[in-house]
Design a protein around this ligand. Sequence first.
Ligand SMILES: [Zn+2]
Length: 488
Amino acid sequence: MHSHYFSCSLLRPIRIAMMAAVLASLAPLVAASSALAAPPPTRKVAAQANHPLADPSIAAALQQVSSSRIQATIAKLVSFGTRQTISAQDADSIAAGRGIGAAREWIRAEFERYAKDCDGCLEVKTDSFLQPAADRIPAPIQLTNVYAVLKGADPANADRVVLVTGHYDSRNSDTLDAKGGAPGANDDASGTAVSLECARVLSQLSLKYKFPATIIFLTVAGEEQGLNGSGHFAKFMREQQEAAGWKLEAVLNNDIVGGDKSPGQDAAVVRVFSEGLPAAADEKQIARIRGLGGESDSPSRELARYVAETGRNYNTGLKPVLTFRLDRYLRGGDHYSFNKEGFAAVRFTELQENYTRQHQNVRSENGIAYGDTPDHVDYNYVARVARLNAATLASLASAPAPPANVKLLAKDLENVSTLTWDASPGALATSYEVVWRTTSSPDWEHSNSAGSKTTITLPISKDNVIFAVRSVGKDGHKSLPVVPAPER
Ligand SMILES: [Zn+2]
């Protein structure tokens, strides 16, 4: 009966032995909690052999992700010679198929093709603006992000947005070289291909399966010059939040997900980077994080844990590795633009990068081949990354909104913990679930359903664990978890 109250769905197999010991030690508490906890929700999701929590419609869609289509996308993007942000975008260059303008037009046409194939379910748009001169922008230039919107089918949830992005610009050894070859097969035609392939597969799925929330498939320019494209789009999303009530819940940034085939690569894993202290936190918020030990519970980190859980629930052939750091040493990426505007955003990157490939002129020197050419990309790997992204987007866009106003009562010194929250906006939630872990654990260890109630008391001291609450929909789709604020 323990399993009724302590779901094992969150546990990694290697922890089960350890957990058995913990459960045994908690047995008296479990008995006590049965009086407090509502019965667990019934779930009727047809089981996949080893992935009982997978939604069969989403699992079937993941099978449609095609490594040969991804290969064709990357080959096409490389064929433009360079996609450097200040490279040509005049009509003649577009017609000749060289430069970032030609890449931009091809991406737009590709999204339009997917839109046609799904009876117009995708709205294809550009976010075009005059980028002023900056550090790596010698003179003002037109910069264009290209994206497709799969609008949520439920009016009460369509203002909720999840987003996947990759940068379609490239560079060679010289950031300012707008003419020389810059194939950018891994960095970042691979991430662009992930956005495109997710758009293709999920738009097809939407013909028979309605996502209540909105999904945006984004490709940006200007990453190599200073995150210019993503910076503009993140501000646009912030404005939409303030003006139109949009709620951007999650950003998945794919940058260098080509699975470079050099020795030392592990094609069975992908790193998921997430910030600790939120870039957008003010002094007061940082003081609260310091006081409560919340350094590892930014919204971005909860999103990273959601990706890890999705990786366990779906057969993507890829294990997400939680990397508790904003980004790699000396490097940055587009997720940071969204973090700065206060959004949850994570970065996917292959395990071991090959620096003779990235940001290099294509050449041979002392028998070493330099340059970011397609022959080093593992298309099956990119396909696995696309499946993990698509599963995460589909799960979040199917889930209810997270519960609002989540509180942990902290009025009294006591050894039980009471949490309260407001019902999930949008009416998709059928139940709520509390998850928790010891303060030193990287990922959620336990869960307990609160049924349809909006409060729960657990026989656990709040001093020893970190709690979060999430909404659960009728098909078992779960929202991002929300860490409670203390209520004094
Ligand atoms: Zn990059």
